[in-house]
Design a protein around this ligand. Sequence first.
Ligand SMILES: Nc1ncnc2c1ncn2[C@@H]1O[C@H](COP(=O)(O)OP(=O)(O)OP(=O)(O)O)[C@@H](O)[C@H]1O
Length: 221
Amino acid sequence: MNNQSQLSLESKDRTLNIVLSKKTYNHVSVIEETSVSLPFGYTHCFFGPSGCGKTTFLLEIVQYLKNPKNNRIELKTPTISCIFQEDRLLPWLTLLENILFVTDKSNSKPACVPVDFILDIVGLLEFKHYYPNQLSGGMKRRVAIARALAYDGEIFIMDEPFKGLDQGIKTQIINYMKETFTSQGKTVLFVTHDDLEVKDFADYQYICEGPPFRIIETKKI
Ligand SMILES: Nc1ncnc2c1ncn2[C@@H]1O[C@H](COP(=O)(O)OP(=O)(O)OP(=O)(O)O)[C@@H](O)[C@H]1O
């Protein structure tokens, strides 16, 4: 895969400016030259058909944010909470240990949200000593969400985070996220196929097409 994208965090206007260059997987064009400016402190939702390149776009951003050598960063490298499409739990650790693995001070940043509080939000407090193979698909999804919330990064990057969750628990988690993200001014980049999630959660919506990935319309919600 080619790697010549540029990304900068501008402290002056508090904007994440992204300029992606053309990307290919095995000579197939996946991302067209794309630039987008995302104001900090808002929830940005990327909406588009399956396979258009949304995950590739998010991964590019994570890669550049995590590697100061590639960035022209004027601020310190931000901490990032990620929720990927796959749950990525460690099977030999309990649900609680999976979360402590990223919030442990030696491994991570000093301030994290108390784990029991977050487990209660995602409805898993009573299952905290279960192992991943004792959990349903939706429960594993909620562990992945709890892990990101407990780590409490300055930027949240989430790829279809609520896929497979029932409406009740989804609403409870979205309400918590909306309230805390707004009050703490978090910047959120989030991919979904669900119109209702856009309506309930997003400040800006970007309609995407592809491959190759491109943003064809930006809407303020
Ligand atoms: N490792 C890979 N090797 C080759 N092609 C790939 C690879 N990963 C993704 N692609 C191709 O890149 C394109 C974009 O994939 P990507 O996963 O970014 O899309 P997406 O919009 O996130 O899809 P979805 O909504 O289904 O998750 C797809 O057409 C896919 O076939």
